[in-house]
Design a protein around this ligand. Structure first.
Ligand code: HMG
Ligand code: MG
Length: 307
């Protein structure tokens, strides 16, 4: 059996968008540097499986994330379709490199906490805005779409609890630079369902509707799917996920894999929520990638369906 029994829930959205981050969040954290050709094949397989949005790579400093140092070469291999795939850019230098390759969607990534801003961006919490402001302004002037991430929304490995008001203040400020969407990152996977609902409500109360929000869960404590369900019930319709459950941030202590796309698709299929994604093809892709990385996918759905 390859699909769950479908029992639709009429209170849920009919369709949601899965924003695939496997090639970026997934591969940035691997010990093995995956060859550029294999990354391109991974992305082609994800396109073939029906994923509507695929974040392909990062134009960050190659010394900071050597795993993605081949961003420009990857874009060359992907050709025209690659230009519609979002990439991370931290600053104007990253934007220039992305624009040179014809990229049309970029994502900036800010931190809700002081310590992670310093560890991940070499900037203070305030200084990160000075870096992002001209980056977003120039991207928008060039007609690019900009997504904004905010990390450490549910807890920080150095600072512990992160007040909801602090996350909303930083997140709104990032969004207001000119982003079309704000993705709320549980970078170290410590969030729980009630916390998710409370944070989403706080953003709504600050003037950001669900349509402007996405959720980005890591699965360190096994809560990613539960947190996604809470967000779905709250009315969120964009979910970040990583095929095979790859992922993590090299600059965040204790960050592990993202919510596995397969686990999310299984849940949504059972609820009768459309994603347009072919689960069989996704599982085949994860098995193939696990072979390349030399270790099995942590996704329960991948394990169950490939056994
Ligand atoms: P820095 O050392 O402060 O850089 O790093 P700088 O601005 O001082 O520049 C120093 C030199 O680097 C200059 O060259 C720049 O041109 C060059 P020089 O003049 O000395 O010859 N440089 C660059 N070269 C290529 N590409 C660039 C670039 N920028 C500067 N983009 C920087 C600051 C932001 C660059 C660095 O900290 C960095 O690259 N950080 C990225 C860290 C990262 O990628 N982390 C993982 C992604 S975030 C994440 O995973 C979380 C997320 O998934 C959501 C969640 O889970 O919460 C999104
Ligand atoms: Mg992440």
């Amino acid at each position: 059996m390859r699909t769950p029994q479908v029992v639709p829930d009429p209170t849920l959205p009919e369709r949601v968008t899965i924003y695939e981050v496997g090639p970026r969040d997934g591969l940035q954290n691997e010990q093995t540097v995956v060859p550029t050709e294999a990354k391109a094949e991974f992305i082609h397989r994800l396109v073939d499986a029906g994923l509507p949005v695929i974040e392909s790579t990062s134009f960050v400093h190659p010394r900071w994330v050597p795993q993605l140092a081949d961003a420009a070469d990857l874009l060359d291999l992907l050709g025209e379709p690659g230009r519609d795939m979002p990439v991370l850019v931290p600053n104007e230098r990253g934007l220039d490199r992305a624009v040179e390759k014809g990229v049309r969607h970029v994502a900036i990534f800010g931190s809700a906490t002081e310590t992670f801003a310093q560890r991940n961006l070499n900037r203070s919490l305030d200084e990160q805005f000075a870096m992002f402001e001209p980056t977003v302004a120039r991207a928008r002037a060039a007609g690019l779409d900009v997504r904004a991430y905010v990390s450490m929304c549910f807890g920080d490995p150095w600072e512990g609890e992160v007040p909801i008001e602090q996350v909303v203040t930083v997140g709104k400020r990032l969004y207001d630079l000119g982003a079309s969407q704000l993705s709320l990152g549980d970078t170290i996977g410590v969030g729980t369902a009630g916390h998710v609902t409370a944070l989403l409500q706080a953003f709504n109360d600050s003037g950001l509707p669900n349509e402007s929000l996405a959720v980005h869960f890591h699965d360190t404590y096994g809560q990613a799917l539960s947190n996604a369900t809470a967000a779905l019930r709250h009315g969120i319709t964009t979910f970040d996920a990583s095929t095979g459950g790859l992922g993590g941030c090299p600059y965040a202590k204790s960050a592990t894999g993202n919510l596995a796309t397969e686990d999310l698709v299984w849940l949504l299929s059972g609820l009768g929520v459309e994603t347009g994604v072919d689960l069989d093809k996704l599982v085949e892709t994860s098995v193939w990638m696990a072979g390349r990385l030399g270790r099995p996918s942590p996704s329960r759905v991948v394990k169950a369906l490939s056994g």
